[in-house]
Design a binder for this molecule. Structure first.
Ligand code: SR1
Ligand code: MG
Length: 404
């Protein structure tokens, strides 16, 4: 039955598990299945045994993206995702789900069910706080990013990883949706919030200096094979519960500039901050500022100590090299935080955090705060070195307002 590809329904997903890992639910007659995917690309089936509580996830790629038929995507993304999660499990044990199976015919992966966690974006919108999140993110980022550079890996291992994780179709999506369309609406996929459409158009479409800086960030994204990136590290790619952070969904993985992953994390925490501040949830807003600061400052500290301990590249121990390298990473981080912030306000794939600000003036203010800070991150990227540098501007712009 599973020798030729087809997109499964819930009952076929149950048959699939029974056929593929017969031991997992051995002796259990009644299984339930629900399709729970809420991402933009794939179908996610949760198969559950009510009698024992055992459960498992089957994730299948369809032939086109869920969010839009415009995107016909290579199912090779399942291989990339399953191999990367397995690899990241060795770099940052406990931070990714356990992978059980990859099937190149049905374009599926089978993995650990993390339903005792919640998606971080959802938890944060619901006002929850996760005290370890910033430190966990700092740890995960250093272990998966610094440790996949040729500062740490031997040149041959690093180059074979670059080859294995070549991901042209998914990179093409990011190149279009993150770096091009938000600035010219090529392909007519942008969605501008109507009450300040003219402000958004003049701020983004008519700003040549900004567009030039974004073009440079795009070329770095395309050309700098620095680290093995997750490639789409937003708060919808994080599962959290008290004391545990898990990173999921690395189907956009490829070798790119490490600031892209870090910047994506910071941008998505910034959306959560702007939502909380807009909804007058002061304690939540303060927690999010702390989390941004912990992420950046924790990254900086661990990056330098891991560099000292694990660098194998001979030039890495030259005086001042580590600090210079980190400065470049932080500059990229600010720039890519900026591009993520802009594209999630006006582009095809927007974020629930900002849509959760329902009052019109508050939503306009929230969007303008995000765009104004994003432009500063991009245009003055060399200013952003500490966690506080990243948060100060968010707080100031939220309080003092944005330009007309
Ligand atoms: C067509 S895919 C749209 C977006 O969803 C993914 O999560 C990525 O962020 C991508 O840009
Ligand atoms: Mg995803």
């Amino acid at each position: 039955m599973f020798e030729t590809y087809f997109t499964m329904n819930e009952s076929q997903a149950i048959d699939y598990i029974k056929a593929t890992i017969p031991t997992y639910f051995e002796g259990i007659d009644v299984l339930e299945c629900k399709e729970i995917g809420d991402g933009n690309l794939n179908y996610v089936f949760r198969i559950y045994a009510p009698s024992t509580g055992a459960s498992i996830i089957v994730k299948q790629s369809g032939p086109v993206a869920r969010i839009s038929d415009d995107f016909e995507l290579s199912p090779d993304r399942n291989r990339i995702e399953s191999e990367l999660l397995t690899y990241q499990g060795t770099l940052a044990p406990g931070f990714v789900p356990q992978m059980f199976h990859y099937d190149p015919i049905m374009n599926c992966t089978i993995m650990e069910d993390l339903s005792d966690h919640v998606i971080a974006r959802t938890g944060l919108i619901d006002g929850k706080t996760y005290p370890n999140l910033g430190n966990d993110l700092a740890y995960f980022l250093v272990k998966t990013l610094l440790h996949t550079t040729d500062i740490v890996l031997s040149p041959d291992v690093k180059k074979s990883l670059v080859k294995n994780y070549s991901n042209p179709e998914l990179c093409d999506i990011s190149e279009m949706l993150v770096f091009t369309e938000p600035y010219n609406n090529q392909n007519q996929r942008n969605e501008l919030y109507a009450p300040h459409q003219a402000w958004l158009e003049s701020t983004l479409y008519d700003n040549d200096t900004l567009k030039k800086a974004v073009a440079k960030l795009k070329y770095r994204f395309m050309n700098v094979a620095q680290s093995l990136l997750h490639g789409d590290l937003h708060t919808g790619s994080l599962f959290v519960k008290e004391g545990s952070t898990k990173v999921i969904d690395p189907e956009f993985a490829f070798y790119g500039p490490m600031g892209y992953d870090i910047g994506n994390v910071i941008a998505n925490l910034a959306f959560a901050y702007v939502r909380a501040a807009s909804c007058h949830e002061e304690a939540q807003a303060d927690y999010l500022l702390e989390t941004i600061e912990q992420t950046i400052d924790g990254f900086n500290t661990l990056f330098l100590s891991d560099w000292t301990e694990y660098a194998t590249e001979p030039t890495a121990q030259f005086d001042g090299v580590a600090a210079d390298y980190l400065e470049d990473v932080l500059q990229d981080t600010a720039g890519y935080a900026g591009t993520e912030m802009i594209r999630r306000i006006v582009g095809l794939a927007q974020v629930k955090d900002i849509h959760a600000v329902t009052e019109t003036n508050a939503r306009v203010h929230a969007e303008r705060v995000v765009i104004t800070c994003a432009i500063d991150y991009i245009m003055h990227a060399d200013h952003y070195k500490t966690g506080k540098d990243f948060t100060d501007i968010l707080v100031k712009t939220f309080k003092e307002g944005t330009h007309e």
